[in-house]
Design a protein around this ligand. Structure first.
Ligand code: G3P
Ligand code: CA
Length: 265
């Protein structure tokens, strides 16, 4: 693993606000970042993808349909993929009203805007490279942006564990690791037991679905000096179960509920 400390600071389980505090505000928006902070989270998970003209934007699905009004603004298109739209077009979309009319006017943020907001709030980031194989050059571009920001990738940042980059695409995660030496990286999904030691030569985290692991698996990962953050855990009973398995971090749409459970355990 990189020398960098990962997101776990001290002995407590880290509460990660999934897509921001996405139970309470529209996911992957500035409002969701603000809500995460308001609910007490210190770490936020966000998803990054790339527009047609190469801009980095925060959005989860590979199409814009579920989380914006793209069909209303651009009717009759045969495809609504993120990669079909320029940043200028995406900026016109409402990314909040679908969730609640109170959030009308919320926009799809760029990664840069998300980083600025997190920095303002002094929040850490678990950044997911979403479908990087669909976006040639995206991993390099994310690395370039992060490298240009001392706050996120300078010595102080890595010492404090401000940033972890993760992906289901393990090749892209490896590429990012080579481009961002010193920055912690995690692979999403359960790594087979016999491969954990190999992964441990370069990953800091293995981050599986919470239903796919048990305490023995977490121990096996820890034995290789690697952390385990599980997703997506929204019910208190599931949170208690994950904590009992020994995980280092829990990714939840409800960081306030999670923090309460962590505090009681
Ligand atoms: O951080 C892990 C989790 O976000 C992965 O699943 O689909 O919510 O991106 P998904
Ligand atoms: Ca994600």
């Amino acid at each position: 693993p990189a020398e960098a400390a990962a997101l776990r600071l001290g002995g407590e389980v880290v509460a990660v606000a999934h897509r921001g505090a996405s139970a309470y505000a529209p996911e992957n928006t500035i409002a969701a970042i603000d809500e995460a902070r308001a609910r007490g989270a210190r770490t936020v998970e966000l998803d990054v993808q790339q527009t047609k003209d190469g801009a980095l934007v925060l959005v989860h699905d590979t199409t814009l349909v579920r989380t914006t009004d793209v069909k209303k603004v651009f009717p009759g298109r045969s495809s609504y993929r993120v990669s079909d739209f320029t940043l200028a077009q995406i900026r016109r979309l409402d990314a909040g009203a679908w969730f609640d009319p109170a959030y009308a006017g919320e926009r799809v943020p760029t990664l840069k805007q998300g980083l600025e907001r997190l920095r303002r709030h002094r929040l850490s980031l678990l950044l997911e490279l979403k479908s990087p194989a669909s976006y040639p050059g995206m991993t390099e571009q994310v690395a370039k942006l992060l490298r240009s920001e001392q706050w996120w990738t300078g010595p102080g940042a890595t010492a404090r564990g401000r940033l972890v980059v993760q992906s289901f695409d393990h090749e892209a995660t490896y590429l990012s690791h080579t481009l961002l030496p010193g920055v912690a990286h995690g692979v999403l999904g359960k790594v087979p037991r016999e491969q954990i030691a190999d992964y441990a030569t370069w990953v800091d985290q293995i981050n599986p679905n919470h239903t796919s692991i048990d305490a023995a698996y977490v121990r096996a990962v820890h034995d290789e000096g690697v952390e385990v953050f599980v997703y997506t855990v929204n019910e208190p009973a599931q949170m208690r179960s994950a904590i009992a398995k020994g995980v280092d971090g829990i990714i939840s749409d409800r960081p306030d509920v999670l923090l309460k459970v962590i505090g009681e355990s």
